[in-house]
Design a protein around this ligand. Structure first.
Ligand SMILES: *[C@@H]1O[C@H](CO)[C@@H](O)[C@H](O)[C@H]1NC(C)=O
Length: 929
């Protein structure tokens, strides 16, 4: 070849190479640091040149990185300080990566070009850095749904360009800062339209100086805090206001008179305070749609005038507010009225529903009043009238009207508007498309008739076309269900469907997330946030890797354990919060005054260090969302597993104490036993018995060297079922585990099953049988009804247990090779009733006694409707019957001992030790009753 030509090619080649490697070296170093610190970064981050080769989620202007948009992509790890050297960065959106943890870098203020910082729904903790206040260009600051603590730094008041300030759903405390001679404050945010500070621990009085007529606020959302004192008059000066939520605080005194000057108000929430004085006069607020003034101490009075003049009113809620006299027909005739809830007042006279009653009225709740008559001219109207606990109900003629008061179910199935595939199977579609599931939470909204499908039309008519314009391959956005949760937020569970044969890639999921959480999408109903269920189906470089990566995330990182103590009602939680303020619950727990809890011992941090070789790397045996697990050996020789909460997983002292008291009452041979706890030197640890043979998942995969024949599997199922039945039926308070899966069932040295993963829960505030705020769990095990209704009951565990039963039969993970075990077994059973081909090859040689019944039992646990599933107690009986009927009781020789353990496998609890434990030794023969 002509050497000139060769030279030419070399030149062109090297020129291209230089041209391509165009990322600024400082930016490159910063991105490399992110890549190093984070798990689950996009696969194409292997390439050398982020700007030239278009790293997924990284957007450049020439050689400089200007946007990082990676929400909803399962990133895990801390936010490293090096990120601040991306000096041209304008948008940083990492929302809904729930395993991003740790503190925000203190020097984050160096990001001087940042205009949007969007970290919704991560797991960040610690203080809000002071230096954030120096980012002059910041317009959108979303730190909601994390674990930030401490108070709002005064410096935030310097962010004079800020439009959105959302710090809701954190653990922030202290007073809301206002400016003074030396420091700025929130009152200086004159461009801000949104103060979203609800669900925190803010306390004290609101300074009158916080609000002024120069402000542009549209939304002031402070619900669920511990604010007290008067509602300042100055709030009435902010004429731009449209939504005020001050509910669930300790505000007292009368409502400021001038609030009725706020003529743009649409939604007003003042419920659950100690407000007194006359019932507020809302007569000037002509655009009001939604009013909730419940549970305050207003003067007793007849219905105020504005009941009849607010023509846009859809919803009037004034439970327990001292209303007297009778209900006017004019109120019930307001043209858009949907719900009237006036229960627990002293309304009297006859309730007349005239022919002119609003055609949109659906609910009229007047329980617990003094109404003694009822007449209705509104035939053929579907109005739910509730009159229980009124004198009228003592009358004979009342029988047809009274006692039909069903409790309000917030879950509304929407057959009309939900396209069927989403509704019937939100989690897995039959054609193996992988929907992306998430929820929109509206912090306020203008309606209450959740059955009216018109309210959801925006999903298909506006959100979907807008997403299509962003070039996301999307087939449909559909509504799975809607409800109102414990915070009074409207929750829309939605499913984004990719086109046939596709799953979303990271860019797709991130774009949807960013479009919603950065509030680029103009919502038709007030402020919202978007939270998702980790998407586990990103296409990977190789076949199915996306799925496998996703699942291992779900399995290990997501092993965020969830146990829910359920008796605590909402009120009790409020009382508890109060108690935190009043005294330190550990005050009596200091050394020398160790609490006497049956079973659970107190360990000092020194004790823990000693028994774990100074928390050495060698003693680590696992890691989960809450932190690391260490193996330790007590002085007595007893082995223990120590769960150490990391920063960000720490609970408040009272919650931790409550949790220990709860767990220390849980004793069952099929439940991993709590031995003690450490609350010392800022550490929170739970110390459990050590379970020798690892998890059921590890055993089924063959990794742990434990071989499980069919009969042994039956017995493991029985043991785990007994443990769960105990938690559901005998533990006090009853416990819904919420994350039952084969990773969370451990095997003792005699292969006795033990239900694990309790404690250090972040979800204690959820309530059984009520609408929870966020669905948690592991894909593949998640109960679809729980997903759709957000209502948690024991039956969700039953569903997950059904999945584990199918794992025992097939040996497969619930989601494997693009197949969902439940669907496959169900369809195979329906078609032929012959599932031998699905049986784990490792046990096909065994006599599969009772397997058919076992599979049928599993399928009954997997019924779509929770009412149709058996209880865990019934499951226990069925499996016992299988074992007894087939005389399998004496078969103990198949016990594999821990001696069969092979080396090299460490997670979660591996050991060659033959130590027997105080507690489990007595339980070595679990099948002898
Ligand atoms: C209803 O209550 C009001 C206020 O307590 C009272 O003045 C009125 O007489 C009552 N009406 C009837 C019919 O009981």
């Amino acid at each position: 070849m002509n050497p000139n030509i060769l030279l030419y090619f070399l030149l062109v080649f090297s020129y291209c190479w230089f041209l391509e490697a165009r990322t600024d070296p400082t930016d490159l170093a910063a991105l490399r640091s992110l890549k190093k610190q984070w798990k689950n970064t996009p696969p194409n981050w292997r390439k050398k040149d982020p700007c030239g080769r278009r790293w997924e989620g990284i957007f450049c202007n020439d050689s400089r990185v200007i946007k990082i948009i990676l929400p909803g992509t399962n990133l895990a790890g801390p936010l490293p300080e090096d990120i601040v050297s991306l000096s041209e960065l304008q948008i940083l959106d990492l929302s809904n990566n729930q395993y991003l943890t740790g503190h925000l870098p203190a020097n984050i203020g160096y990001l001087q070009n940042l205009d949007s910082l969007v970290l919704v729904g991560c797991n960040f903790s610690g203080p809000i850095p002071e230096s954030l206040g120096s980012i002059q260009k910041l317009t959108h600051l979303f730190l909601n749904l994390n674990h930030f603590s401490g108070s709002i730094p005064h410096s935030i008041g310097n962010l004079t360009n800020l439009i959105w300030l959302d710090l809701s759903e954190n653990q922030l405390n202290g007073a809301l800062p206002v400016s003074n001679a030396t420091a700025p404050g929130l009152d200086m945010l004159l461009k801000a339209e949104h103060f979203h500070l609800g669900n925190n621990r803010f306390s004290g009085e609101i300074s009158p100086r916080l609000f002024s007529s120069r402000m542009a606020l549209k939304h002031v959302i402070l619900n669920e805090n511990q604010l007290n004192g008067n509602i300042p008059d100055s709030l009435g000066l902010v004429r731009t206001l449209e939504v005020i939520r001050l509910d669930r605080n300790f505000f007292s005194g009368p409502m400021p008179q001038n609030l009725s000057m706020l003529t743009r108000m649409s939604e007003l929430y003042l419920a659950n305070n100690n407000l007194s004085g006359p019932i507020p006069d809302l007569s000037g607020m002509n655009l009001l749609t939604y009013v909730d003034l419940s549970n305050n101490s207003f003067n007793k009075a007849a219905a105020p005038q504005w009941f009849e003049t607010l023509l846009d009113l859809t919803t009037l809620i004034m439970e327990n507010t001292g209303l007297e006299s009778h209900i006017s027909t004019a109120l019930l005739s307001l043209p858009h009225l949907e719900s009237v809830i006036l229960s627990s007042n002293q309304l009297n006279g006859t309730l007349e529903i005239s022919a002119s009653v609003s055609s949109s009225l659906r609910l009229l709740d007047l329980r617990n009043n003094s109404i003694d008559g009822f007449s209705s001219a509104a035939v053929n109207r579907s109005i739910s009238v509730m009159l229980d606990e009124n004198p009228f109900c003592l009358k004979a003629e009342a029988a047809r009207i009274c006692n039909n008061s069903r409790p309000l179910r917030s879950f509304i199935p929407l057959e009309d508007c939900a396209p069927l595939p989403c509704f019937s199977d939100p989690i897995f579609l039959s054609d193996c498309r992988r929907p992306y599931l998430g929820s929109l939470f509206f912090r306020s909204f203008s309606f209450s008739d959740l059955t009216n499908s018109l309210y959801y039309a925006f999903l298909t008519e506006s959100l979907q076309p807008r997403l299509e314009k962003l070039q996301i391959p999307i087939d449909r956005v559909c509504l799975v269900s809607s409800m109102i949760d414990l915070n009074g937020y409207l929750v829309l569970n939605i499913s984004f469907l990719p086109p046939d044969g596709y799953s979303f890639n990271r860019t797709g999921v991130s774009t949807i997330n960013n479009y919603l959480n950065n509030h680029i999408y103009p919502s038709p109903y007030g402020p919202y946030y978007y939270s998702d269920l980790s998407y586990t189906n990103f296409p990977g470089p190789g076949k199915n890797t996306g799925l496998i990566v996703g699942i291992s995330i779900a399995g290990s990182v997501l092993a965020l354990l969830t146990i829910v103590a359920v008796v605590y009602g909402y009120r009790q939680r409020r009382i508890a919060q109060l108690a935190v303020k009043l005294n330190n619950p550990f005050a009596s727990w200091n050394d020398g005054n160790v609490p006497r809890l049956k079973g659970a011992r107190w360990f000092s941090f020194e004790d823990v260090r000693q028994c774990t070789g100074n928390l050495s790397h060698e003693s680590e045996i696992g890691v989960g969302g809450y932190g690391k697990v260490y193996k330790g050996k007590l002085e007595s020789g007893e082995l223990v597993a120590i769960k150490r909460a990391q920063q960000g997983s720490l609970q408040g002292a009272l919650e931790f104490k409550t949790e220990i008291e709860l767990l220390s009452r849980v004793h069952h041979k099929n439940v991993v036993n709590l031995i003690g706890f450490c609350y010392d030197k800022g550490e929170q640890m739970l110390i459990y018995e050590y379970v020798a043979n690892g998890s059921l998942r590890a055993a089924l995969s063959g990794k742990s060297g434990v071989r499980l024949n069919w009969i042994r599997r039956l017995k493991i199922a029985l043991g785990a079922a007994r443990g769960l039945a105990y938690l559901h039926e005998l533990a006090d308070p009853p416990i819904v585990h919420r994350d039952i899966k084969s990773d969370n069932i451990l095997l003792s040295d005699h292969l006795n099953a033990k239900v694990a993963d309790f404690g250090l829960s972040k979800l204690l505030s959820d309530h059984r049988g009520q609408v929870t705020t966020q669905v948690k769990g592991t894909m593949g095990y998640l109960d679809p009804e729980y997903y759709m209704t957000n209502i948690l009951t024991e039956k969700s565990d039953v569903y997950s247990f059904g999945v584990v039963m199918l794992e025992l039969v097939t040996g497969r993970m619930p989601l494997e090779n693009n197949k969902y075990i439940v669907r496959e077994v169900r369809e195979t059973m329906k078609e032929s009733g012959y599932i031998y081909n699905l049986v784990d090859p490792a046990i096909r040689v065994d006599a599969l006694i009772g397997m058919e019944e076992f599979v049928k039992l599993a399928l009954s646990c997997l019924q779509d409707m929770s009412d149709e599933r058996p209880s865990m107690g019934e499951v226990v009986k069925e499996i016992e019957n299988m074992i007894e009927a087939n005389n399998l009781n004496d078969d103990v020789e198949s016990v594999a001992t821990s001696a069969s353990f092979e080396g090299g496998y460490r997670y979660p609890y591996s050991s060659n030790s033959n130590v027997s434990f105080g507690s489990s030794a007595t339980a070595s023969s679990p099948f002898i009753k």
